[in-house]
Ligand binder design. Sequence first.
Ligand code: CU
Length: 146
Amino acid sequence: MRRLFVLLPLSLLLAACGGTSSTSSSSAGGPVLQTIQISEKEYSLTPSKITVAKTGTYELKATNDGTNTHALEIEGNGVEEKTGDVAPGSTATLRVNLSKDGSYEIYCPIDGHRGQGMAGTLAVGNGSSSGGMTTGETTTSGSLGY
Ligand SMILES: [Cu+2]
């Protein structure tokens, strides 16, 4: 028995829901989508605002460009991972699976450095992702006092 698959021009559909076509699933330990370089020094992270388009596995490559020991931690949406101490001039790589859209905090967990400015955000999705839901447009239903 044979079945004829009629391939319709699906480009519109795929554009609308492009999430599920890939054969390599994005479960834990999937391929690294992007390595993000972060420079650490007293007392800042550069860049401090990072945006990536979609969920998945990322590597945060923290380079200590300062003169004190630093480290890097990411936290949010159920994720909490951090590097060990990173000596001045050294680099540490943190591999994280960011499986949810949203905002994650990145910061140096050492000795109050976070409060002194070694903090930033990593946003996943940002409404511009091709897969997943668009969270930008919320219909305000029921206007008050009509
Ligand atoms: Cu630090």
